[in-house]
Design a protein around this ligand. Structure first.
Ligand SMILES: Nc1ncnc2c1ncn2[C@@H]1O[C@H](COP(=O)(O)OP(=O)(O)OP(=O)(O)O)[C@@H](O)[C@H]1O
Ligand SMILES: [Mg+2]
Length: 236
């Protein structure tokens, strides 16, 4: 069991958010004048057609990419008004990412991969190791600590990625098609794991998915259409 922290998760608000890409003479407006809010601790799914801008939204929301226009507030902080090094620090300290392809480091063990965010943040080695071990045990990988990602199954790799994302007890967890490459039973168990960790840590959770079954498990459903969100209910 991971030590509980009484964090409630991050409240998010976007204001006039826009993201445009220009290729040659062509300008694509992916996100347009987007105003939205996510409450602290809320669990939200984002669906939408391929190319509708879901990944782009998640990248901008997580400060991996800058918006073309508008603002994003983390609690009461206007994130992009801050200098780049502060934005980096906020991202490292408060946000966890899980991607469709896990982005684990192939030359390092599962344990080392999970320890990495803590080591980068300057946490004591032994403390990071003990914590990473506890989280990996928690996601059912106690006997896979020294395996490299290439020696793990897809679902195991994704569980390592979730463990890594949780290592810093993020206030906001962003997942982009976290179960997109998994069979339905494995996808279900990986999702369960994410939800359990979300409850333990109390983070805000935003999951991009093409799976209606996954979206049904989260309390709030959004659909990205023409650069803006539509709230949806029931089977979408
Ligand atoms: N760096 C970029 N430069 C130019 N265009 C981009 C860039 N990144 C994304 N796009 C375009 O923005 C649009 C939205 O892309 P995005 O990856 O956000 O879609 P998505 O909803 O995540 O799709 P999928 O469900 O297929 O993952 C697409 O038309 C894409 O081609
Ligand atoms: Mg995408």
């Amino acid at each position: 069991m991971i030590a509980k922290t009484k964090k409630r998760g991050m409240h998010i608000r976007t204001e006039g958010l826009g993201k445009f890409f220009t290729t040659g003479t062509h300008r694509i407006e992916v996100l347009k004048d987007l105003d939205m809010q996510i409450s602290a601790g809320e669990r939200v799914s984002i669906m939408g057609e391929s190319g509708s801008g879901k990944s782009t939204f998640l990248q901008v929301l997580g400060t991996l990419d800058a918006p073309s226009e508008g603002r994003i507030w983390y609690d009461d902080r206007d994130v992009f008004s801050r200098p780049a090094h502060e934005v980096d620090a906020v991202r490292n300290r408060e946000i966890g990412f899980v991607f469709q392809f896990h982005h684990l480091l192939g030359d390092h063990s599962a344990l080392r991969n999970v320890m990495m965010p803590a080591l980068i943040a300057g946490v004591d080695y032994r403390e990071a190791e003990a914590d990473a071990e506890a989280i990996l045990r928690r996601v059912g990988l106690a006997d896979r600590l020294s395996h490299r990602p290439g020696k793990l199954s897809g679902g195991e790799q994704q569980r390592v990625a979730i463990a890594r994302a949780m290592m810093r007890r993020p206030a906001l967890l962003l997942a982009d098609e976290p179960t997109g490459n998994l069979d339905s039973a494995t996808a279900e168990s990986v999702l369960e794991m994410m939800l359990e960790l979300n409850e333990e840590i109390g983070c805000t959770l935003v999951v991009v998915t093409h799976s209606p079954a996954l979206a049904d498990r989260l309390e709030r459903k959004l659909r990205l259409v023409d650069g803006q969100f539509i709230e949806t209910r029931g089977g979408q």
